[in-house]
Design a protein around this ligand. Structure first.
Ligand SMILES: Cc1ncc(COP(=O)(O)O)c(C=O)c1O
Length: 400
């Protein structure tokens, strides 16, 4: 029996979820594994958000919600965009979905014809590529050089835009590279995009609250208002409020775009969980202290990782400007051998050795089109992170 449709082609399951799954099963077998695979804050969702969910469930918010999200949550999202991003969106310019991931899926599905191109700035969030492939779209990888901090430049963008480019996926702060674009950079990227009116831009701002070194959270649609009707601004509560399991993300853009995405969503999921949506409204409307506290903790961990990696020969990590990942260059380890005589010929070999022998789970950079690198998530406790870094150091020291 053939189960896998041709449409799935080379579509891969989420790389980080796969690594985490292996880590979990090793843990279940009694191994002391530290999972630095999955990108999710280790903090508890703040109490007032959980209370709002209880209240929603008890007060009867248990029926199908409006497909594109309830009015209360859309109002909270509109207020958030005004407060944080200097963006005005009306209710019919906003959609709430099951995580930012579904917003991305809906957007591509609602707007693209088979074979159209989706530009990805490597290294990129692997779901962009796999969602595009799943829908018969053609991912086009823009190699953003590590020597330029993995940044998209106007020249690179110009060189990859064609008549059949439909989307540019822009992510700042970025997963996995921690790239944060400045206003001047966004303006210069926008100048190129203004010359290509057929292109839609997905501005994924899900890590906007996790910024370091005085970096500013900037929305492309606010930086370049002339592009606003071609930008889908994507965000969600997963990362900022430690709510990955609640599965609430949102997108804002031109009303016809949102209407088309709502049609897709109405046939896929009928909308997001009513109780989680009430919790998301409480997160956006309520006290924001925990957001700043989380960011401070992430900054401390980023500093720890940068400092420790700098002291490990053959590994390299420029300080990420935001988000909670470290994309570590390990190409100098290729061609080495483990104490047991196993050849480390690829990053996958290294990551496998690190997991099996040192019980630290990390994701090979190939998942993000960053060969020669591996990614760790710093969204784990300081103690575990420090132990994982000790193990990483020992692992590297024993390769010859
Ligand atoms: C860049 C980026 N966008 C979107 C998402 C998905 O977020 P959500 O949990 O809201 O689906 C992730 C999750 O890792 C991400 O890294």
């Amino acid at each position: 029996m053939q189960y896998r449709a041709q449409r799935l082609g080379s579509v891969l399951p989420s790389a980080s979820a796969g690594v985490s799954q292996i880590a979990k099963s090793l843990k279940a077998q009694g191994h002391d594994v530290i999972d630095l695979g999955l990108g999710e804050p280790d903090f508890a969702t703040p109490d007032h958000i959980i209370d709002a969910a209880h209240e929603a469930a008890r007060s009867g918010q248990t029926r199908y919600p409006p497909t594109d999200g309830p009015a209360e949550l859309k109002a909270a999202i509109a207020a958030k965009f005004q407060r944080d991003n200097a963006l005005d969106y009306q209710s019919n310019e906003i959609i709430v979905s099951n995580g930012a991931k579904q917003v991305i899926f809906n957007a591509l599905m609602a707007t693209s014809e088979p074979g159209q191109k989706v530009l990805l700035c490597a290294p990129y969030f692997d779901s962009y590529e796999n969602i595009a492939l799943l829908q018969g779209l053609q991912p086009v990888i823009i190699p953003c050089s590590p020597d330029n901090g993995f940044r998209l430049t106007p020249e690179l963008l110009n060189a990859h835009l064609t008549a059949d480019t439909r989307w540019l996926m822009l992510n700042s702060p970025s997963n996995p590279g921690g790239v944060v674009y400045s206003r001047a950079e966004l303006e210069s990227i926008a100048q190129v995009l203004l010359q290509h009116p057929q292109v839609l831009i997905l501005s994924d701002e899900i890590y906007e609250k996790i910024l370091f070194d005085g970096n500013e959270a900037l929305s492309l649609a606010a930086v370049c208002p002339a592009l606003k009707d071609r930008v889908l601004t994507v965000n969600g509560v997963s990362k900022a409020y430690a709510m990955t399991g609640w599965r609430i993300g949102y997108g804002a853009g031109a009303q016809p775009l949102i209407a088309a995405m709502t049609t897709v969503q109405s046939q896929i999921s009928s909308g997001a969980c009513s109780i989680a949506q009430a919790a998301a409204a409480a997160a956006l409307n309520g006290p924001q202290d925990s957001v700043a506290e989380f960011c401070n903790v992430f900054r401390g961990r980023r500093d720890l990782v940068v400092e420790r990696i700098a002291a490990i020969d053959k590994l390299e990590l420029p300080a990420p400007g935001g988000a909670f990942y470290a994309l570590i260059r390990c190409s100098e380890l290729l061609g080495t051998t483990t104490p047991d005589g196993v050849a480390i010929d690829s990053v996958a070999d290294f990551v496998e050795h690190l997991l099996q022998q040192y019980k630290v789970a990390a994701v090979p950079g190939t998942a993000y089109a960053a060969d020669g690198f591996f990614r760790i998530s710093t969204a784990t406790s300081n103690d575990l992170l420090a132990t994982a870094l000790d193990r990483l150091e020992q692992c590297v020291a024993q390769l010859t």
